[in-house]
Write a protein that binds this ligand. Structure first.
Ligand SMILES: [Zn+2]
Length: 111
């Protein structure tokens, strides 16, 4: 039986990815947790206000992917791009950051 990924593991991976791929510049969210995401969403990042990364309040990863560490971490990296680029939505700034992470190997072993 596979062990479910825990909220504590998500927080640990956030710190690791932050150091490895964001020079430790991202603020630590108030919460990183599994929960019930809105229909069709794998994950959601809620900002208190759009601006500094310290304003990130909550990263939620859907319980639907909690069974898979790889899917959970791919979703976490996606949300970390939003934390790094709060105004980018899924536009060009987001795509550029995603390409950078891909080149630097962040998704190796995940997808
Ligand atoms: Zn997104």
């Amino acid at each position: 039986m596979a062990l479910k990924t825990s909220d504590a593991q998500l927080r640990w991976w956030y710190s690791r990815y932050n150091r490895a791929y964001f020079r430790g510049r991202l603020g630590m969210p108030y919460q990183i947790r599994f929960g019930n995401a809105s229909d069709g969403n794998i994950a959601e990042t809620t900002f208190l206000g759009i601006g500094k990364t310290s304003e990130v309040v909550d990263i939620l990863i859907s319980r639907r992917v909690q069974w898979s560490l790889r899917l959970s971490l791919a979703a976490l990296l996606h949300e970390m791009i939003h934390v790094a680029r709060p105004r980018a939505e899924h536009g060009e700034g987001f795509a550029r950051e995603r390409r950078r992470l891909f080149r630097e190997g962040a998704f190796d072993g995940l997808i």
